[in-house]
Design a protein around this ligand. Structure first.
Ligand SMILES: CNc1nc2cc3c(=O)[nH]c(N)nc3c(CCO)c2[nH]1
Length: 382
């Protein structure tokens, strides 16, 4: 792995290598200035420069190669220039491995107040203190550069579904124009990549136009945006099936904001390489555990006298070394250790799922492993 303080000249060039495919499932490696990412990969979300309730080394020990940070949140607190002054986000949060930052557009639309979208960019009021801010494709990349993230995302406009076709077309075409401005503004230090984001809602023709437009501009990777915004799973899968084949096979494909273990399994099967979702971390803080046999709600009184760990076979200490009775007690009393242990359980489960899928694709057993995973989920936690 590259030293976190590697001088730009020593950093490896940004790249993607495809090692194996099994059907449309892909096994690859993304190379960045701060190290390699084994795909299919799940990125735990570290919105404010922390994966909530976990130490960075715990996150690393679960098998995570890359974290996600957010331009919107970090530009408001503590400020991009301040993070840069502290040596950048890797140093600031003591995570010397790859980081991907989202561009802020999605978070503005879902969090900020008084948002206004123009050709230039988006203006908004902070949800924290009401202060006014502007994000343009150029300023978003300037912020991501100050943070020092290894994979930077273009500023885009994501519309909630269902939406009418004109609205999806307008946002898709604006995002494409912003993609071109992002490419022009991106000063890609060695080992840092810029991803374009496919929009177009649930309309396959709009998605095809967006993908073709992005490929024409040329990016280091391509994200599928505008999904996991309220549409049924089968709509999401249909959009992936229509879009993935239109993207270059030799570039990473990132499905933004996805998802449940079931969404991820279906996304990997359809050719997606990278995922991010707040689900494992957020659920952990709410007493919900993800295990190989499905979800377990530790708030439920049925666990009050259960001496068993969540998963005795897990290599995650939080799933192995404490009883359900104890976890139930911590959740019911609102003890911080409850959120810490269940976040650890969930992030470790998501990483173990990705590791199992990577091996399955390498060994040509993806269909068989997928069926076994789905059978374990159906069996449920007993
Ligand atoms: C939870 N669902 C979700 N859908 C998304 C869709 C988008 C999108 O279309 N564009 C950008 N820039 N980010 C997105 C994000 C944040 C990723 O964590 C999404 N997150």
């Amino acid at each position: 792995l590259t030293r976190p303080d590697a001088a730009p000249s020593e950093a490896p060039a940004f790249g993607f290598a495809l090692h194996a495919t099994d059907g449309t499932a892909r096994r690859g490696t993304v190379t960045t200035a701060h190290g390699e990412i084994r795909t299919p990969a799940f990125m735990p979300v570290g919105t404010l420069g922390t994966v909530k309730c976990l130490y960075p080394e715990q996150v690393r020990a679960t098998g995570a190669d890359i974290l996600l940070g957010n331009t919107y949140h970090l530009m408001l607190r503590p400020g991009a220039e301040r993070v840069a002054g502290q040596g950048g986000l890797h140093r600031f949060m003591n995570w010397p491995h790859p980081i991907l930052t989202d561009s802020g557009g999605f978070q503005v639309m879902s969090l900020a107040k008084l948002r206004k979208i123009t050709e230039k960019g988006v203006t908004f009021q902070s949800h924290v203190d009401g202060s006014r801010h502007e994000l343009t494709p150029e300023r978003s990349l300037e912020i991501q550069g100050l943070l020092g993230s290894d994979i930077q995302m273009q500023l885009d406009e994501c519309v909630a579904l269902p939406a009418d076709r004109r609205e999806m077309e307008r946002a898709m075409e604006l995002s494409l124009r912003w993609a071109a401005r992002s490419k022009a503004a991106f000063f890609g230090r060695r080992g840092h990549g810029l991803f374009g984001i496919v929009q177009g809602g649930d309309d396959e023709e709009l998605r095809a136009r967006s993908a073709a437009g992005l490929v024409e501009i040329g990016f280091d990777g391509y994200a599928l945006g505008g999904l996991a915004v309220g549409e049924p799973q089968e709509v999401m899968f249909r959009v992936i099936e229509a879009t993935a084949p239109a993207l270059p096979a030799d570039r990473p494909r990132y499905l933004m904001g996805v998802g449940t273990p079931q969404d991820i399994l279906g996304g990997v099967a359809r050719g997606i390489d990278m995922f991010d979702c707040v689900m494992p971390t957020r659920a952990g803080r709410h007493g919900l555990a993800y295990t190989r046999y499905g979800k377990v709600n530790l708030r439920n009184a049925r666990h009050a006298d259960d001496p068993r760990p969540l998963d005795a076979a897990s290599d995650c200490p939080a799933a192995r070394d404490w009883s359900r009775a104890y976890l139930h007690h911590l959740v019911r009393t609102g003890e911080a250790l409850g959120a810490m242990l269940l976040t650890h359980v969930n992030v470790a489960y998501y990483q173990s799922l990705m590791a199992e899928l990577r091996v399955a694709i390498e060994t040509g057993r993806f269909a068989e492993v997928k069926a076994q995973i789905e059978a374990d989920w159906a069996r449920g936690d007993i």
